[in-house]
Every structure is written in C-alpha cells, then in structure tokens.
Design a binder for this molecule. Structure first.
Ligand SMILES: *Cc1c(COP(=O)(O)O)cnc(C)c1O
Length: 338
C-alpha cells in the first residue's frame, strides 16, 4: 500500500529524474566558489526572481537567519508577524544567534501586517530603543498568498522610513502560481528573498537567498558562521535546477488537489478552512482529534495530530491519493471515530 503523506510538502522523495541529475552534476568546492552547479543554480534563480546574486543554503531557517544577520547588527531590531516562520518556528535564532530583537506584530487573517501598526512600531533614533532596521514579510503565509499590492505598500513604507525589507518566500512559487503572476513579481520590492527548494518543489535539501551582489557577498560570512559553507554541494544544487525546470508549473496540480480535498471534507460536514494554495485546515473536536491519526495511519494516510489539522498536498500525492484520503476520513466519521 503506497502511503499518502499529508503532513507536509517537505516529505517528497527525489524522483528518478532528479536522482539522475544528482549523479550527473559537475561539482567543485563551493566554499572556494568552485562548484559550477551551485553557481548555476544561484545565477538561474537570481535571474528568475530579478536579483543580482544568490547564495545556496542548506535550509530555509539558515537562509532567513543569514539574511537577518546581514541586514541587522547586534542591537538592531526587525519588525515581523507573530505567525511568521522566522519569528515563531526557527528557534528564536535572530535573538539567540544574531542578537537581533524581534518586534512582532499580530498578523491579520489574510496574513498581512497592518501598515499603521508597522509605522507605529518603527522606533525613533533614541538611546532608549533598539535600532529598527528591517521589515520581514512572508509569502505564502499559512498557505495564503499575500496580495502584491499590499507587499508594494508595505515595502514602500519600510524603505521610506529607512528600513530594509526581507521576504521569507519559502513557498514563493506557490504564491506566484496562485496569484497567476511571474515569480519575480512576488519578489518585487524586497531587498532580499529566501526561497525553499525542499518544499513543494520536491528537492531533498536546500534554499537560496537572493539579493544585491553586495548583500550576498556579505551574507557569506553569517552562512559560514552558521555552518552552511558546503563543499561539493553541486549534487544538491542539481536537484534545485531540476525542480525549477520540472516542478514549478505543476504546483497548480497541488492547489487543485487541495481544492478537491477541502470540497470533499466539507461534504463530510467538517469545519474546513481553505484551501490556501496547497494547504487545507480542518478543525476537530478534541475527542476526535485524539484518535484520528492512528485510524488514518492504519489506512495508509499520514496526518499530524491536533485540533486544527493542517493537510498539505505535494507532488507525491495524486488524484487517487486524495480520494483515498477522503474515503478514510469518511470512514472515520461513519464509524463514530473509535
Ligand atoms: C519551511 C519554512 C522555512 C524553513 O525552511 P527549512 O528548510 O525547514 O529550515 C522558512 N519559512 C517558511 C515559511 C517555511 O515554511
């Protein structure tokens, strides 16, 4: 029985074609800048997203942290959403390792940060305060594509007040596909962007940080400091190049599968939020939530546990897999969830 893994879009396994690309990759020592495949990935993604340069990173967490540490010095502050990955789900790295103070603001339901609250959070130049240096946004956030008109306003506000701007674009390509725009339009207005290759794009490892030539040159120091200077990383970068070629347009399939999943779960009478790109959220009663995970696993469907369950589609979930998952949910409800 093939497993249908709806826990995350990070669970994909490299396809045969992707593995061939790894085997065929030309490599060199990337700390010396000698790896031609890493260099090509960085150049291709920079060109595609409208930046001068890129830097390959082992993970999105490291890419975001290296960006924050490049924009901000010790005692600086960055404005960020309460629900943002950099603030909430990265071990507090900005504060712990960067000595950068986060200034979180509550996200609106659509994932945005109210412009008046951003403006009010920017501190005057006064020894009482940390120096506000950066605004960090995320797109998609909780699967929701953030409207580009909003991003333009927020980045203009930040730049007008002397702040730099960073986008955590872990799922930037999902946002572009959902909004029906070129990926570079999602990146527009930001001084730096971090993109994950290991989420919906299906690579096993890797993120790329994009920015100006000078910014990327400076980001090499925190990357090295954080342990991200890799050697023959071309075997990994080759998966990113393969993913950019083969796995971007097909993100629309993941979004369609999430739509079908949401429709089917609603038809079962469940309390569903979404789909938001490739994510669907389902609210369970606590007594249901406790037994759901084991019940689904017995039927080959992997889900996380919790009262607000996040289901994520990706390139290892096809239409038949969605239907099988829906059938298992239906059986769970019909049996009175033992
Ligand atoms: C997954 C994710 C990251 C971090 O990426 P890792 O490669 O898991 O470290 C950062 N931001 C967002 C929005 C993510 O979803």
């Amino acid at each position: 029985m093939t497993l249908i893994d709806l826990r995350s879009d990070t669970v994909t396994r490299p396809s045969a074609g992707m593995r061939r690309a790894m085997a065929d990759a030309e490599v060199g020592d990337d700390v010396f800048g000698d790896d031609p495949t890493v260099n090509r990935l960085q150049a291709v993604l920079a060109e595609r997203l409208g930046f001068e340069a890129g830097l390959f990173m082992p993970s999105g967490t490291q890419s975001n942290l290296a960006a924050l540490m490049t924009h901000c010095q010790r005692g600086d502050e960055y404005i960020v959403g309460q629900n943002a990955h950099t603030y909430r789900y990265e071990g507090g790295g900005a504060a712990v390792l960067g000595s950068i103070q986060p200034q979180p603001i509550d996200n609106e339901a659509d994932g945005t940060l109210p412009l008046d609250k951003i403006a009010a959070a920017i501190k005057p130049d006064d020894p009482h305060f940390a120096r506000t240096r950066l605004l960090a946004l995320e797109n998609t956030i909780g699967g929701k594509p953030v409207p580009l008109a909003y991003c333009a306003q927020a980045t203009a506000l930040a730049h007008g007040r002397g702040l730099a701007t960073h986008l955590d674009g872990a799922r930037l390509f999902n946002a572009a596909v959902a909004l029906g725009v070129e990926p570079r339009a999602v990146a527009a207005g930001f001084d730096s962007v971090s993109v994950c290759l290991s989420k919906g794009l299906g690579a096993p490892v890797g993120s790329v940080l994009l920015g100006s030539r000078d910014f990327i040159a400076r980001a090499r120091r925190p990357r090295k400091m954080l342990g991200g200077g890799l050697r023959q990383a071309g075997v990994l970068a080759a998966t990113g190049l393969y993913a950019l070629k083969h796995n971007v347009a097909r993100l629309a399939d993941d979004h369609a599968h999430a739509q079908r999943l949401a429709d089917g779960l609603r038809a079962l009478g469940l309390n569903v939020d979404g789909p938001h790109t490739n994510m669907v959220f389902v609210q369970w009663k606590p007594e249901q939530a406790a037994s759901l995970q084991a019940f689904m696993a017995e039927r080959g469907v992997l889900v996380l546990s919790g009262a607000r369950l996040r289901l994520v589609t990706h390139l290892d979930v096809d239409t038949a897999g969605v239907e099988r998952a829906l059938a298992a949910f239906g059986e769970f409800l019909a049996r009175g969830f033992q």
